[in-house]
Write a protein that binds this ligand. Structure first.
Ligand SMILES: Cc1cc2nc3c(=O)[nH]c(=O)nc-3n(C[C@H](O)[C@H](O)[C@H](O)COP(=O)(O)OP(=O)(O)OC[C@H]3O[C@@H](n4cnc5c(N)ncnc54)[C@H](O)[C@@H]3O)c2cc1C
Ligand code: SF4
Length: 508
C-alpha cells in the first residue's frame, strides 16, 4: 500500500496523470476516492492541508492541533450582516479534512429534509427510500453505533436530568466509533484510533486500492479541453510558512471537487464554472451554534466521557436542535474574560462547568465571495432564524436550572453568570447580534444541487451544469441545511455520486 506523499517533494516536471483527480480529502472526497479506486479507476487525491498521522496528532496539544490541522488555526469568520453575530466557522485543513475533527456524531438526512428536497427542489433521487442504501453502506464503513448511557459525561447527564424534569425527551446520539473510551479529545483527532474518521477508514482503503494521495497541494486551476474538464493544477505548499512553490499539473479524465463548502465555490468561481447560474458561493447555511454553560456545586469534569452523547429535538418546530459538547479546559480558559487573579479564579470553576450546544436549522443567508483574490464569507440571519436565538438560550438555561445549576452563562458578550431570577428578568430578544458569541462547524450549500441549471450549480448527480465531467461531492452540494450534524449526510451523498460514476464509462 502506498503512503500519503507531500507534494512539496514533487518536481514541477513530474507527469501526473489519472482517470479521476479528487480535490480535497475530507468526508466527501475520501469516500469518492476509495470507491472509485476499488472499482479499478486510477485515482489521485490532492489535499491542501498537511498529512498529520494519527500517531502524531495523538500527542498534540489542542493549540498545536489547531495550528496544524484547522483552516486558519480555527479562526475563520463569517461577517455578520444586519443584526447577525460574527460567526466563527471552523473547518479542517489536513489529510482527512474536517472528518478528523468531528465529535463523531452521525445522523442520516432527516426525513422531513429529504421530502423538502424532492418536493420543493424536484430532486426525486434524494427520496428516503432511494437514499437508504447509501446511509446503510456509510454506517457500515465507519461503524456508526449508539453511544451507551454509561459513556455520558456528567455534564450531559445533568442536562438530560433537567430536560426530563421539564418533560423534554432526550435521545442517545450515534457516532462513528469502535472501542471509544470516553477521553473527550475527539475534536483534536482521536488519540486511540477509536473514532473512525476518513483518514483511518476510507483513505487507507483508497491507498490500498492503488490511489495516490498528495498533501500540501492547493489546487487553484481547473483545466479544460473543449467543453470537458481535463485536470487541475495547483501550487505545492512548502516549509512551515506553507509558501506556495512549484506549480503541479494533474491531467485527468474526470475531476471531483470535494474541497468543502468554503473552498469548492471559490475554486469554481475563480475558474468561471457555474457562475452563469448566479448561485456559486450563495445559499450558505452554517447551523449557527450557541454554547451555553452552567456552574454546578458538584464537580462535573465535563472532559470525562464521550464529547457528544445525547441530543434533543423537542424544539424542531422552532428549528432548534441541542447536542452535547465539551470544550477542553485549556481552550475554555483561554476564552474566559479577565486577567491575572480574576482570570485564574474563573478558570478554577472549569471542573464544575457543564456545557451543551444548541444550533439553528437555518435558512441560508450566507455567501462566499472572492474579493480581489481573497475569500470573504458573509452571513445574514433570516428573521425567523434570528428570532430562534433568544428562544434557544432561554430553553437551555431553563433546562440547566431545572437540573440544579447555580448559574448559567449565556453566549452573550459582557454578560456574566445569571441565576434563575435574572433569567426571568432579562429580555433576551433585546440582545444585539453583535453581542452574541456564535460558532459553526457545518458550512453547507454553496454549490447546491438542483434540477435546473438556472438556479443550481450541479445536476442531480453532482455534475457541473456547464463543464462536463467535473463533479462536486462535498457539503457544498446540499440543497438546504439539515438541522443535524452533517458528516454522514455528506458522505452518503458522495457515495451516491461515486456509485453513479462507477457505472459511467470514463471519457476518452
Ligand atoms: C471541529 C468540528 C467538529 C465537527 N463535528 C461533527 C460531528 O460530530 N458530526 C458531524 O456530522 N459533523 C461534524 N463536523 C462537520 C463535518 O466534519 C463536516 O461537515 C464534513 O467533514 C464536511 O465534509 P466536506 O467533504 O464537505 O469537507 P471537509 O471534510 O472539510 O474536506 C475538505 C478538504 O478539502 C481541502 N481543500 C480545500 N481547498 C482545497 C484546495 N484548493 N486544494 C486542495 N484541497 C483543498 C481542505 O483542506 C479539506 O481537507 C465537525 C466539523 C468540525 C470542524
Ligand atoms: S472520546 Fe476519546 S476515545 Fe472516544 S472517540 Fe473521542 S477521542 Fe476517541
Amino acid at each position: 500500500m502506498s503512503e500519503v506523499l507531500s507534494a512539496s517533494a514533487l518536481s514541477a516536471r513530474e507527469a501526473l496523470d489519472a482517470d479521476v483527480v479528487v480535490v480535497g480529502s475530507g468526508a466527501g472526497g475520501a469516500v469518492v476516492a476509495a470507491e472509485l479506486a476499488e472499482a479499478g479507476q486510477r485515482v489521485i487525491v490532492v489535499e491542501e492541508g498537511a498529512h498529520v498521522a494519527p500517531e502524531r496528532y495523538a500527542h498534540m496539544r489542542p493549540s498545536e492541533n489547531m495550528r496544524h490541522m484547522w483552516r486558519d488555526a480555527g479562526l475563520t469568520f463569517a461577517l455578520g450582516l444586519g443584526d447577525t453575530p460574527m460567526i466563527n466557522v471552523m473547518m479542517g485543513q489536513c489529510v482527512g479534512g474536517s472528518s478528523v475533527l468531528t465529535g463523531g456524531v452521525c445522523f442520516r438526512i432527516p426525513g422531513s429534509v429529504m421530502r423538502e428536497w424532492s418536493t420543493q427542489h424536484g430532486l426525486q433521487g434524494l427520496r428516503e427510500e432511494a437514499m437508504t442504501p447509501y446511509f446503510e453502506e456509510v454506517e457500515r464503513a465507519i461503524h456508526v453505533e449508539e453511544v451507551p448511557a454509561e459513556m455520558r459525561s456528567r455534564g450531559s447527564a445533568l442536562f438530560v436530568a433537567g430536560a426530563q424534569k421539564l418533560g423534554y425527551p432526550v435521545h442517545p446520539v450515534r457516532r462513528n466509533t469502535r472501542g471509544c473510551n470516553g477521553c473527550g479529545r475527539c475534536n483534536f483527532g482521536c488519540p486511540h484510533g477509536a473514532k473512525l474518521s476518513v483518514d483511518v477508514t476510507y483513505l487507507p482503503r483508497a491507498l490500498a486500492a492503488g490511489a495516490r494521495v498528495f498533501s500540501d497541494l492547493r489546487v487553484d486551476r481547473v483545466l479544460r479541453k473543449g467543453d470537458r474538464v481535463a485536470g487541475v493544477s495547483g501550487r505545492a505548499l512548502t516549509g512551515s510558512a506553507r509558501t506556495p512553490g512549484s506549480r503541479l499539473t494533474i491531467r485527468a479524465r474526470r475531476v471531483v471537487v470535494a474541497a468543502g463548502a468554503f473552498a469548492s465555490p471559490l475554486l469554481l468561481m475563480r475558474n468561471g464554472i457555474g457562475v452563469r447560474s448566479g448561485q456559486v458561493g450563495r445559499n450558505l447555511t452554517v447551523h449557527p451554534g450557541f454554547r451555553v454553560m452552567a456552574r454546578f456545586d458538584e464537580p462535573v469534569r465535563g472532559w470525562q466521557g464521550a464529547l457528544q452523547s445525547v441530543y434533543l429535538d423537542a424544539f424542531e418546530a422552532e428549528r432548534i436542535t441541542m447536542v452535547g459538547l465539551f470544550v477542553p479546559p485549556g481552550v475554555l480558559a483561554a476564552t474566559m474574560p479577565g486577567i491575572g487573579r480574576a482570570h485564574v479564579a474563573r478558570a478554577r470553576t472549569i471542573p464544575n462547568l457543564a456545557i451543551f450546544g444548541g444550533m439553528i436549522h437555518d435558512d441560508g443567508g450566507g455567501r462566499i465571495i472572492d474579493l480581489f483574490g481573497r475569500p470573504l464569507m458573509t452571513y445574514r440571519m433570516s428573521p425567523r432564524d434570528r428570532a430562534a436565538v433568544p428562544v434557544l438560550m432561554r430553553r437551555m438555561a431553563e433546562i440547566y436550572f431545572a437540573a440544579g445549576a447555580r448559574e448559567v452563562f449565556l453566549p452573550v458578550l459582557g454578560l456574566g453568570g445569571i441565576d434563575a431570577d435574572d433569567l426571568a428578568r432579562i429580555d433576551l430578544t433585546r440582545i444585539k447580534g453583535r453581542d452574541l458569541e456564535c460558532g459553526s462547524q457545518h458550512p453547507l450549500g454553496t454549490c447546491r444541487m438542483g434540477v435546473n441549471a438556472a438556479n443550481s450549480v450541479v445536476d442531480p448527480w453532482g455534475q457541473a451544469w456547464d463543464l462536463r465531467d467535473l463533479y462536486v461531492a462535498d457539503g457544498s452540494i446540499l440543497p438546504s441545511s439539515l438541522g443535524v450534524n452533517p458528516q454522514q449526510s455528506i458522505m452518503s451523498m458522495a457515495l451516491r455520486i461515486a456509485w453513479h460514476l462507477r457505472e459511467q464509462p470514463l471519457p476518452g
